[in-house]
Structures are given as C-alpha cells and as structure tokens.
Design a protein around this ligand. Structure first.
Ligand SMILES: C[S@@+](CC[C@H](N)C(=O)[O-])C[C@H]1O[C@@H](n2cnc3c(N)ncnc32)[C@H](O)[C@@H]1O
Length: 352
C-alpha cells in the first residue's frame, strides 16, 4: 500500500464528492433565482438575498456558504456579504450567454432520482428507455446542449459544412432527427427564415415541448414537430441533422441508412456528437469531459440504445472512427470532421 497514492486518491475523491454536491447547489441557485438576483448587483447580505427571493433566511445563508466554498461567489468577512462576479454571472445567471451551465444540472439530478431504474438496468438486460426517466432529464439535456447550439451552430458549425449555409439562406428543407425539446431546431429556424425545419423525436412529451419552444421563439411559421423514430420519418431534405442523439439510438446504422434515403440530391447530413478521442486509453487520459460523459452514457444513452431494436449500444464516447464506420456501412461515400469544440465533434456526411 502506497501512502502517497492513497492520499492522491482521497484528494481526487473529495473533488468528486464536492462536485456532485455543488451541481445540486447550482441547480438550486438557478431554480430559486438566486443567481439571477445576485447578477450585477454587487455585494449582498444573506438576509437581503433571502427576502428578495422569498426564501428561508437560514437556508439561503447555508446555500451562500456552499457557493463561497466552491469559489462560485466571493465572501467578504468584514462586511459579511457575498458577491457573484461578472464571469460567474455569465455561467450561472444569464441563460443567453455562451457559457451558461447552471440549468443543465437537473439532468444530473435525474440520474440520481432514477437510480433504482438504472440499477435494475445494470442487473437486467441493460435496457432503460429515454422516456422512462424523470422529466428533469429532458429539460436538463435541453439546457446542457442549448448553450453550445446557440453559441456555435449557425456561427461556426453550419458555415463549416460544404455549401450548406448558402442553401439555408436561400431556402432549404431541414430535418432535425432526435430533436428532443427542439433547442437546435429553434436556433436554426431563427437564423434562416427562408428555410423550413422539421423536428422528429420518438418521445411524445419532448415533441410537445418543442412546439412550445418554437412558439416562444416566434418561429412556429417555419417549424413542424412530429413524433417519429429515426428510421421512419417521412419527407426529403437538403440537410438532415442529428444533434447529440445518434449514439442514443438502438440502430445508428439504420438511422444513417434512412437518412441516406431521405436526402434530396446533393444533400448533407450534419452529425453532432459528444467530443471523444478514438483511442479509449487516450480518451480516458485526455478528455476532460470523459468521466461525466461515460457516466451519463452508462446510465442514460447506452441503456436507451439497448432498449431499442438492434441495440448497438454505441455509447456517448464513440469517437470519430466508429461514427465514420456507421456512415460507411450505411452507404455514405464522404465523411469528414468539419469542426470541433471541447464538447462536440461536428461531422459531415454526404453520398458523394
Ligand atoms: C440526448 S437527447 C438529445 C436531444 C436533442 N437533439 C438535443 O440536442 O437537445 C437524445 C434524443 O434522442 C431521442 N431518441 C432516442 N432514440 C431515438 C430514436 N430511435 N428515434 C428518434 N429519437 C430518438 C430521445 O428521445 C432524445 O430526445
């Protein structure tokens, strides 16, 4: 037994345990409006924040201390006040900012709430369908990915594809497969008013929420949302998108094959998947999101895939080489990495 290794291990474990509780604390801060109330308002007393948000004074003081300990707010002992700095306000209070994260924490909450179902999947055939999770998963996923879509989708990802931006600007037909709450559909519809966007998802409550999101964003005139699986939606499209969902599907090759059949001549598939390196050992070592994504994959993505026909279980850390193989097997002759962010691989597939 190596004392030094044990010490390092325990230090890492303390970090993991703190992280788990700080995620919960961030979820509270967003849900109860603490971050929004503190943003841009300088130093605040605990009692002042409690009375402004209508929350219990004693609990708010405890929450503020958890935030200060996590270095998300600063504490001034002389004045006994807490302050949310401008950088933290961007990440925690401003849901239009390109780094907003706090509202996504409820996705992690869902995995804790669904613990008995996840345990049963591990002990059984591995299957747990997306729709059998707590609804926090659906809204948390929306917010987890929405920030990146708003920041990059129409500014970097679509421009990185060959000839696609021009088509969308002049008027194209687009399918957003596995659209969830329609975060990506709404962003694209806002940027390309001459195009038409059709969101499909096999989860009926998500499709209902998508329609609400499109209406809130004022893009209902150019969007439709329908319940359909990735291997059954109708229509012909200039662009077919899969945003952070192909790996969740039981039959990714079947979904890619169906996309091939649904592409209009000269059409493109935009595949956005969680960032991963191809080599497992390299990914474990070098991908800062790997522990989060492998955990989500083992509790949500892979069980959903195993609950469907074929049940490939690609996993949320498939990486470019395995994704390329899916598209080659489906008959696509062209597959390339068009862009990447620390969170996502942006891949382009075309028939020629
Ligand atoms: C991780 S979520 C991503 C949702 C959305 N694209 C986003 O980025 O916010 C995966 C989505 O894939 C959907 N899904 C899973 N399997 C599917 C299938 N076989 N056909 C259609 N949708 C599917 C789920 O219902 C869920 O909405």
């Amino acid at each position: 037994m190596d004392e030094k290794k044990l010490e390092a291990l325990m230090g890492g474990l303390i970090g993991h345990m703190n992280g788990a509780m700080v995620c919960l604390s961030m979820w509270l801060g967003d849900e109860l409006g603490f971050y929004r109330e503190m943003a841009g308002t300088g130093p605040r007393t605990a009692d002042g924040l409690a009375s402004k948000t209508g929350c219990n004074r004693r609990l708010v003081r405890e929450w503020l201390d958890s935030q200060a300990a996590a270095k998300l707010v600063t504490y001034d002992p002389a004045a006994d006040t807490y302050e949310l700095g401008p950088e933290a306000a961007l990440a925690l209070a401003d849901d239009t900012s390109p780094v907003f994260v706090s509202r996504a924490m409820c996705a992690m909450g869902a995995m804790y709430i669904d613990f008995p179902k996840v345990v049963a999947a591990f002990r059984g055939n591995g299957a747990l369908s997306w729709g059998d999770h707590h609804p926090c998963l659906f809204s948390g996923t929306e917010w987890f990915f929405r920030t990146g879509y708003r920041a990059y989708l129409t500014t970097q990802w679509i421009p990185s594809l060959t000839g696609v931006e021009e088509k969308l600007e002049s008027g194209a037909t687009v399918a957003d497969v596995g659209c969830g709450h329609g975060a990506s559909t709404v962003v694209m519809a806002g940027a390309y008013p001459r195009s038409r966007f059709h969101g499909f998802d096999f989860h009926p409550p998500s499709i209902e929420t998508s329609k609400v999101r499109a209406s809130e964003a004022g893009v209902s005139d150019r969007t439709t949302f329908e319940v359909a699986s990735a291997t059954s939606y109708p229509g012909k499209y200039d662009l077919i998108c899969f945003f952070d969902c192909l790996h969740d599907m039981g039959d990714p090759t079947g979904a890619a094959r169906h996309a091939r059949e649904r592409l209009a001549p000269g059409g493109t598939v935009l595949l956005v998947e969680p960032f991963a390196h191809d080599d497992r050992a390299h990914n474990l070592e070098a991908n800062p999101m790997a522990s989060l994504l492998y955990t989500a994959s083992s509790c949500v993505c892979t069980p959903n895939s195993l609950s469907q026909d074929v049940g490939l279980g690609l996993g949320a850390q498939a990486g470019e080489a395995r994704l390329r193989k899916v598209f080659e097997d489906a008959g696509f002759g062209h597959f390339r990495r068009a862009a990447e962010t620390p969170m996502n691989l942006i891949l382009e597939a075309r028939l020629e």
